[in-house]
Ligand binder design. Structure first.
Ligand code: GLN
Length: 202
């Protein structure tokens, strides 16, 4: 794909503005996505941090649940941070009653695994696909990945727990790089969007 890819940020709930800014800094044309028509117009999609139960409910309400599942299954590049990671997991270990995900990554996540809001922290660690200095991540009621299937690649661990995973054109992190000013994870995702095999020529 030549030029700037158009990358959407699912704008139902969560830290949408921060992702839009980080994507812009990483060389993408970043746009909010709230409707099916807007979803059809993007080359890739970010699922922000926030509250996965709320994002799930609003996605269902806005008629986005099935279109999003189909888009991800179809290979639309997606990146989920924190709540977004939960939404990309094929399975949640401890879902709230009735909570579902979009799926896309063969992994099982544990919600709030790193503790409550007041146990939020910042950490740095090496991440495959992000060369150079360690990545800075903010963890806020963050999930971790309990287990990954054969098709999923672990990109980073922190404190013995898996915190970044990639499967094909789907990327997920437990942490929020969008809150740190370190835009390299968004640059990695923007590159994945550019490299999508047979990617959009929009
Ligand atoms: N604990 C939240 C959830 O279950 C995620 C927190 C976050 O995105 N910062 O959705």
């Amino acid at each position: 794909m030549a030029g700037e890819p158009t990358v959407g940020v699912l704008a139902l709930q969560g830290d949408v503005r921060e992702h839009l800014a980080a994507l812009g800094a990483a060389g993408a044309r970043a746009v909010p996505v709230r409707r099916v028509g807007e979803l059809a117009a993007v080359d890739g999609l970010v699922l922000p941090g926030g509250e996965s139960t709320t994002i799930f409910k609003l996605a269902r309400l806005f008629g986005l649940l099935e279109p999003l599942r189909e888009a991800v299954a179809d290979g639309l590049p997606v990146y989920g941070s924190c709540a977004g990671m939960i939404m990309l997991a094929d399975k949640i270990l401890d879902p709230r009653s009735g909570q579902e995900t979009f799926g896309g990554i063969d992994m099982i996540v544990r919600r709030n695994a790193f503790g409550r809001q007041n146990e939020s922290f910042e950490a740095s660690f090496a991440m495959t696909g992000v060369p150079g200095a360690p990545v800075d991540g903010v963890f806020i009621r963050a999930p971790w990945v309990e287990s990954v299937g054969a098709g999923a690649e672990v990109l980073a661990t922190y404190d013995g727990h898996v915190v970044a995973v990639r499967q094909g054109s789907a990327l997920a992190t437990s942490f929020h790089p969008e809150l740190t000013g370190d835009h390299r994870v968004h640059a990695l995702f923007t590159e994945m969007v550019r490299e999508r095999p047979g990617g959009s020529s929009r």
